[in-house]
Write a protein that binds this ligand. Sequence first.
Ligand SMILES: Nc1ncnc2c1ncn2[C@@H]1O[C@H](COP(=O)(O)OP(=O)(O)OP(=O)(O)O)[C@@H](O)[C@H]1O
Ligand SMILES: [Mg+2]
Length: 253
Amino acid sequence: MLVLKHVSRQFGGLMALQNVEMHLPAGNIIGLIGPNGAGKTTLINCMTGLDHPTSGHIEFNGTPIEKKPAHRITALGMARTYQNIRLFGEMTVLENLVVAQHGLGRATLADSLLQTPRHRREIARLRDNALQLLKRFHLDQSADVVAGNLPYGDQRRLEMARALATNPKLILLDEPTAGMNPVETTELGEQILRMKADGKTLMVVEHDMSLIAQVCDEIYVLNFGQIIAHGTHQEIKNNPVVVEAYLGQEEGA
Ligand SMILES: Nc1ncnc2c1ncn2[C@@H]1O[C@H](COP(=O)(O)OP(=O)(O)OP(=O)(O)O)[C@@H](O)[C@H]1O
Ligand SMILES: [Mg+2]
């Protein structure tokens, strides 16, 4: 589904990513872990077109995407969530999902609500679809709540619903459980497994190893921009190179 070849990203003198080789097979959940500042978010940014590699290649279902802008990559069937939640805080929960599907800005959405019957039917269809997604994430009771007023865990789930709203093939989640309690985290793991059962391919960036163990088929470990290990949870958890990378972080902290 997604293949990375020799992907590097340099910020001035800093190699945030160095020769990253990765393969996300269709229908799998791939974990990406590593200490703070390892380059995980930079890697997601390069995959989604928010940022671009300094060198190397990224193929999405055979199409080179390393130079494409984010909206083109979204149109090819990739979606993501953000480590720092990025919702339209002043819009309602439902509006956030309608806009995500339509790919419209706020002004144009208002315009189209006033327009032709065909437009109105289209919006009604998007609303139905959005309401179904909200039910799935237990957010239907909050459909008319302004997104910025939602509790933190609900905002994270809304981000996930929004990612699904574009009906993507591949979904990249950047620390989806940050700020969640253990009950919410376990439930989120079940939601992630349900996406896989629906045929989606996923990559999950997480510090919560219980979630990683719960959902991932394979795990990549990134440290100082380099992949230092790759394997199943069993294979990486006792890998001395991985243990040392995390110990190094604690000593530094
Ligand atoms: N736009 C930028 N300009 C300069 N340096 C950057 C930029 N974005 C990231 N970096 C640097 O690149 C490195 C990797 O950062 P990144 O955010 O990808 O790490 P991360 O693995 O996501 O960390 P965390 O677990 O804390 O989210 C860090 O040293 C960071 O300071
Ligand atoms: Mg990050």
